[in-house]
Ligand binder design. Structure first.
Ligand code: AMP
Ligand code: MN
Ligand code: MN
Ligand code: MN
Length: 308
C-alpha cells in the first residue's frame, strides 16, 4: 500500500505504543478491508490496535494474516462491539482480548447476526411502505456478507438520492422515530458481559458520551455495568466535547472501571483518524495496565498463525 514506510517493517512495537482499542473494517460497517486497516494503523504510528466490528469477529483473522505477511510492527487485540439494550437505550459493549474461536462466543454472535438480519428485514419493509423499494437487497449487497448495520442502509439511501450525507440520512430516516427506524431486540448488557468473559475477554462500555444520556442516567448505566462485573469504560475518543474526557475519567474512578481509548474509526475523514488524540487523563488506570492479558492472548494467536 502506498505510503507505508518500509523501514517500519522490521521495527518492533515501541515500548510506549499508541493504543487504539476501537475500530471497524468491512466485516461490519467500516470501509477498509482488514488489511487496509492494519496498514493504515501502522502509517498512523499505532502500536496496539483492537478491531471491534459490530457483532462479528470476521475481520480478525484476515487482519492477523496481513500483519504476519507484511511483518508489521503492530499488536492486534481480538475485539468485538456488541449491541445491547438497556432501559430502552442501545448501549454498545466492546469486548477486548476475546478468544474468537470460543464456541460460546461463536453461538452468541450467531444470535446477534440473526437479530441484525431480522431488524434489516423490518427496516426494509418500513422503507418500502414509504415508497423506497429495494433497501434490503441494497443494504445486504453493501454489507458483502458481513454484519448488516444501519450504516449500510444509510449508504443505500444516499446512493438512492434520499440524502447527501450520513448525518442527514440518519436524522431523516434512521434515527429513533423516523421512517426506517425499528426498535431493536438486542441482548442485555449482562448477556454481553457474560459472553465476553466466557471467551476470556474484558468488557468495556463504548463511547459513553454518545448515548444522549443525562448525567444521572449515565451514572446509573455505569453503576449497573460495574455491578454486573463489567471491567472498563472508554474515556478517550478523538472527537469529544472539551470537558468530556475529564468527566469520563472521574466516572471511571468513581465506578472502579479501568479506562480505555479508541478512535471508533470507520473510514478516512478529516476529524477521525486511527490513533489520533488518544491519551488518558491522570488518575485513571488504563485497561491495558489493569488487564495485560488482553494483549497477551493475541501473542499466542499470532504464533499459531506462524505455526509455532
Ligand atoms: P446499528 O448497530 O446497525 O444500529 O448501526 C449503528 C451504526 O450506525 C453506528 O455504529 C455508526 O457507525 C452508525 N451511525 C449511527 N448514528 C449515526 C449518525 N448520526 N451519523 C453517522 N453514522 C451513524
Ligand atoms: Mn458503526
Ligand atoms: Mn458504537
Ligand atoms: Mn464502533
Amino acid at each position: 500500500m502506498p505510503g507505508v514506510v518500509l523501514t517500519a517493517v522490521t521495527t518492533p512495537v515501541s515500548a510506549f505504543p499508541i493504543y487504539d482499542l476501537h475500530s471497524h473494517t468491512r466485516a461490519s460497517d467500516g470501509l477498509l478491508t482488514p488489511e487496509q486497516l492494519v496498514l493504515r494503523a501502522v502509517e498512523q504510528r499505532v502500536g496496539v490496535l483492537a478491531i471491534t466490528d459490530h457483532d462479528t469477529t470476521d475481520g480478525i483473522i484476515p487482519a492477523r494474516e496481513a500483519i504476519a505477511r507484511h511483518q508489521l510492527p503492530l499488536r492486534l487485540i481480538s475485539g468485538v462491539e456488541i449491541s445491547t439494550l438497556w432501559e430502552n437505550h442501545e448501549i454498545h459493549i466492546v469486548g477486548l482480548g476475546i478468544d474468537i474461536a470460543h464456541p460460546g462466543m461463536i453461538a452468541f454472535l450467531a444470535g446477534q447476526a440473526g437479530r441484525r438480519l431480522a431488524r434489516a428485514q423490518l427496516i426494509a419493509e418500513r422503507l418500502e411502505k414509504a415508497h423506497i423499494p429495494g433497501a434490503l437487497a441494497g443494504a445486504l449487497a453493501l454489507a458483502e456478507g458481513g454484519a448488516v448495520t444501519r450504516g449500510h442502509f444509510a449508504r443505500f439511501l444516499i446512493a438512492a438520492g434520499k440524502a447527501d450525507n450520513m448525518q442527514q440520512v440518519f436524522k431523516n430516516y434512521l434515527a429513533r422515530g423516523k421512517t426506517g427506524y425499528v426498535p431493536p431486540q438486542w441482548c442485555t448488557i449482562e448477556q454481553a458481559i457474560d459472553a465476553i468473559h466466557q471467551s476470556g475477554g474484558r468488557a468495556i462500555v463504548a463511547h459513553p458520551g454518545r448515548y444522549g444520556l443525562s448525567a444521572k442516567w449515565l451514572k446509573r448505566l455505569l453503576a449497573h455495568f460495574s455491578e454486573l462485573g463489567g471491567d472498563a469504560m472508554e474515556v478517550a475518543q478523538c472527537q469529544q466535547a472539551p470537558n468530556e474526557r475529564q468527566q469520563l475519567a472521574r466516572y471511571a474512578q468513581d465506578y472502579q472501571l479501568a479506562a480505555s481509548q479508541g478512535s471508533d474509526f470507520h473510514q478516512a475523514c478529516p476529524w477521525i483518524e486511527l490513533g489520533k488524540k488518544l491519551w488518558l487523563p491522570g488518575g485513571v488506570e488504563s485497561v491495558w495496565q489493569r488487564f495485560p492479558d488482553i494483549t497477551e492472548s493475541v501473542c499466542s494467536q499470532e504464533s499459531s498463525i506462524r505455526g509455532e
